[in-house]
Design a protein around this ligand. Structure first.
Ligand code: KG4
Ligand code: ZN
Length: 352
């Protein structure tokens, strides 16, 4: 039996979890800092780092209590080592290193994206290879997941991430932060056909994404309506935006499925992860693509799609089983691509 403690602090959730190698989550605590960032309409890195520092110890203690395990029963301590907001990553890795040092257990630095990528193996126990769409506030990528530490990036955003576009559009039409859930709620009441918006990258070769042109088109559209926007206009703009994102992502994913099936015909699953996986229009589109191509569509439960520590503990566990660990001199990595061979996408910064 293998027991791993995982710590996640790379964005605006402070989280600790304990998982076992039979895929049981013994504890999974997440503290969202949403209220601390909401007044600023987005995440403030300095506030995030301080909040992680304030809460990390307590959350680890709570996870240990929930799981009813002692530190000496753990096999290793894993923490997100990047990519992400560096102040937060430092807090999480220092916490994990201190526990590792005090208990003599191995320390494992986990790539946050690998956490998202391997979640479906925790929740559904699926085999490699599979195709993953990772769509969050910070990333939008299509990855062939071939093994632990083995990823081929088939596509990435060349500018904004999908969740980022939802958040910015929400701001433009006067909805709060985070924007995704609110845009979806308004979109579901709106008419997606009243306004025409571009479907970015649709029909273009490759599997890359782009959302900044669509975001600007929404800005122009919103500005062209009588101010302040009435409820009908907000709903119709959100609906037009959501259907444009869903169609664009579906087009990119369809191409990635083609590529994946040709290169890895034994693969059986299309998996979605990241906060944008909550979007039901997107889920429906992905489910259709999977079925049309003989793949099974998998979306982990929402709390494991958004940032959490169970996925970090699990990725740590997978690496531990392969005999991998890191030194206490591990330095946090603000940028840490899963596929180091993939070309850097200009304009995407750390997001690719
Ligand atoms: O994975 P996540 O919790 O955090 C990271 O970015 O790592 O993703 C958060 C993102 C936000 O941009 C949020 O607006 C978006 O996921 N999101 C949604 C929905 N729920 C959350 N986007 C579209 N539709 C939703 N229902
Ligand atoms: Zn994430």
């Amino acid at each position: 039996m293998v027991l791993i403690l995982g710590i996640e602090t790379s964005c605006d959730e402070t989280a600790a979890a304990i998982v076992r190698d039979d895929r049981t989550i013994l504890a999974d605590v997440v503290l969202s800092q949403l209220e601390e960032h909401r007044p600023f309409g987005g995440i403030v890195p300095e506030i995030a780092a301080r909040a992680h520092l304030q809460h990390a110890d307590r959350l680890v203690a709570q996870a240990m209590r929930d799981a009813q395990v002692d530190f000496d029963q753990l096999d290793a301590v894993a923490a997100t080592g990047g990519p992400g907001l560096i102040g937060g990553v430092m807090v999480g890795t220092m916490t994990a290193k201190a526990i590792a040092l005090a208990t003599g257990k191995p320390f494992i630095a986990v790539n946050h994206l690998e956490g998202h990528a391997l979640t479906a193996r925790l929740t559904d126990g699926i085999d490699f290879p599979y195709l993953l769409l990772l769509a969050s506030g910070g990333h939008c990528q299509l990855l062939a997941v071939l093994g632990v530490g083995q990823y081929r990036r088939l596509g990435t955003t060349i500018d904004d991430a999908a969740g980022e576009a939802f958040d910015k559009v929400a701001k433009m039409v006067g909805l709060g932060y985070p924007g995704g859930p609110q845009v979806q709620a308004w979109a579901d009441r709106g008419d997606p056909a009243r306004f025409a918006l571009p479907r970015p990258m649709k029909g273009k070769p490759g599997c890359d994404f782009s959302f900044s042109g669509l975001k600007n088109a929404v800005r122009l559209l919103a500005e062209a309506q009588p101010q302040p926007l009435c409820e009908r206009d907000v709903a119709d703009i959100c609906a037009a935006f959501q259907v444009a994102v869903a169609e664009s992502v579906a087009d990119r994913t369809r191409r990635a499925v083609d590529l994946f099936r040709r290169q890895w015909p034994q693969g059986q699953h299309l998996v979605v992860s990241g906060g944008v996986a909550a979007n039901s229009a997107l889920r429906a589109a992905l489910d259709r693509i999977a079925r049309e191509n003989g793949l099974t569509f998998l979306a982990p439960p929402l709390r494991l799609c958004t940032d959490n520590a169970a996925m970090i503990a699990w990725a740590g566990l997978e690496r531990f089983r392969l005999g991998q660990q890191d030194g206490l001199d591990f330095a946090p990595r603000p940028r840490w691509p899963l596929d180091p061979t993939a070309p850097k996408a200009r304009g995407a910064g750390v997001k690719a």
